[in-house]
Design a protein around this ligand. Structure first.
Ligand SMILES: [Zn+2]
Length: 471
């Protein structure tokens, strides 16, 4: 019998209305006891972990991750991507289907499940494609994807442009009780845009990606969710207009939800003009009132690690996203972890692929921008990373801490300061704009089904060794 006793932590589980100092006993991969009797019920020889002074939360869930397998193992693999997740405090993730080949059939879903079982360090859930080969032309076999175990469908990276096709996709998804997640981008408006259309795109001479290009599809999704009754989840929202649409639709009871990523609520488009421009204005509040600004990270203009899709937007958009996460209009937080090789990013801004890595920095950035900034309580913030994604995806034993649930647990120190270094990252790729940043808040232990897969507590004992990366 495998057992683990977590002692003295502040247990916060918004899905259980729980926020108190308590011990937790894990036996055979399940939560066994939460409360004062945990220690006395622990079997002899139970592993102990002193987590006093730390926050103990249901294992964090990131529902938007690109693991790049199959087909793009040079960028990331299931082994390296899940190792990055473990370091970042994530016990579960959902991998996106824009792989090569795309995850648009049951065979590829089975392949990923198989590989995740043998090489993955955390739980890997799979999102299937909406359309065959993510080409936006013909629906994938949504029923067989569901049977193969996908938890949602999305064409992420792309967006179904044909509204009639999207309507049918919603109807099928509804029939199979699958949420449909959408990367909201109107191609006719966005065309070849590479950064937010505004002052900085003009000043830098780069083609603009207008906010309306996102909002148009958010509005479309709201109308179709209303028409079909299907659940639609809008991915990586970036603009104040999207937030307004979502807020209004939710008031009317439309089955729509949204997510936001730390880069969109931390950075702005001025970062593409270089660090000096960013710190002079939009970045000023990020490190609070810290007097010593000598160690502010620096980067050049046109740095492609600030190129993502949707793009970094204005300070007003960033503020709207933060407010929407705080008031619950945006239900879920995630990384959109999108690894790319150095040689792909080391090209002119126009030609670089969109996306950055994010699994190892998202908890800290969320704590900084939403908790340390006093916009949200820890409980409200954890809701967006635990019970909210578990509910959307229909994962009954994830995202909360109850007797009998899977023992997926994240232990973190919300106040620990640390610097994100390239050589301490588990991801295969290094396309992050946050290297050298002094971040506040860090996962110190990650426990997946009772197994410790990341451990920086003072009582650290060896971590799980079934993954080749950490062997
Ligand atoms: Zn996307």
């Amino acid at each position: 019998m495998n057992s683990l006793l977590l002692q003295g932590g502040r247990v916060i589980s918004p899905g259980d209305n729980l926020d108190k100092v308590a011990d937790i006993l894990v036996v055979d991969g399940k939560i066994n006891v939460i409360g004062p009797e945990a220690a006395s019920r622990a079997p002899a020889g139970a592993e102990q972990m002193d987590v006093s002074g730390l926050v103990v939360s249901p294992g964090l869930i990131d529902l938007h991750v690109h693991l790049r397998e199959p087909g793009q193992g040079a960028k990331e693999t299931i082994a390296t991507g899940t190792a990055a997740a473990a370091r970042g405090g994530f016990t579960s993730l959902v991998c996106m289907p824009n792989t090569s080949p795309a995850i648009d059939n049951s065979g590829t879903v089975a392949l990923i499940h198989e590989r995740a079982k043998s090489e993955g360090l955390v739980n890997v859930f799979v999102a299937g494609a909406i359309t065959k080969n993510i080409a936006g032309e013909e629906l994938a076999s949504i029923g067989s994807l569901k049977k193969a175990g996908v938890v949602a469908i999305t064409d992420d990276g792309h967006c179904v442009q044909n509204n009639e096709l999207m309507r049918r996709a919603l109807e099928y998804a509804n029939m199979f009780d699958l949420p449909i997640m959408d990367h909201c981008q109107d191609y006719s408006l966005v065309t070849e845009g590479v950064m937010h259309e505004g002052y900085w795109s003009v000043a830098l001479g780069l083609r603009g990606w207008p906010a309306a290009g996102e909002e148009m599809i958010v509005a479309r999704n709201i109308l179709l969710a209303e028409t079909t009754g299907a659940r639609v989840h809008c991915q990586h929202l970036s603009s104040s207009g999207s937030v307004k649409l979502l807020r209004e639709a939710k008031k009317r009871g439309v089955p729509i939800s949204g997510e936001a990523c730390p880069h969109h609520f931390t950075l702005t488009d001025s970062a593409i003009a270089g660090s000096e421009k960013f710190w002079a204005e939009d970045g000023r509040a990020i490190f609070g009132t810290r007097p010593d600004h000598a160690d502010l990270p620096s980067w050049p203009s046109y740095d492609t690690n600030f190129k993502m899709n949707p793009p970094l937007r204005s300070a007003a958009d960033r503020e709207a996203i933060l407010a929407a996460v705080a008031d619950g209009t945006i239900d879920i937080l995630c990384s959109d972890h999108a690894p790319h090789c150095d040689y792909e990013k080391e090209v002119e801004f126009d030609y670089a692929p969109f996306g950055i890595t994010g699994l190892e920095t998202e908890l800290a950035l969320s704590l900084m921008q939403l908790y340390h900034s006093k916009r949200m309580t820890l409980g409200a913030l954890l809701d967006r990373y635990t019970i909210a994604p578990a509910r959307l995806l229909g994962l009954p034993h994830k995202g909360r801490l109850r007797t009998g649930d899977d023992a997926d647990i994240t232990v973190f120190d919300p106040d620990r300061e640390w610097v994100f270094n390239k050589n301490e990252s588990a991801s295969k790729s290094t396309n992050s704009p946050f290297y050298g940043w002094r971040l506040k808040g860090k996962a110190v232990a990650t426990i997946v089904c009772g197994e410790v897969v990341w451990n920086e507590t003072p009582t650290a004992s060896p971590v799980a060794t079934h993954n080749p990366v950490l062997r």
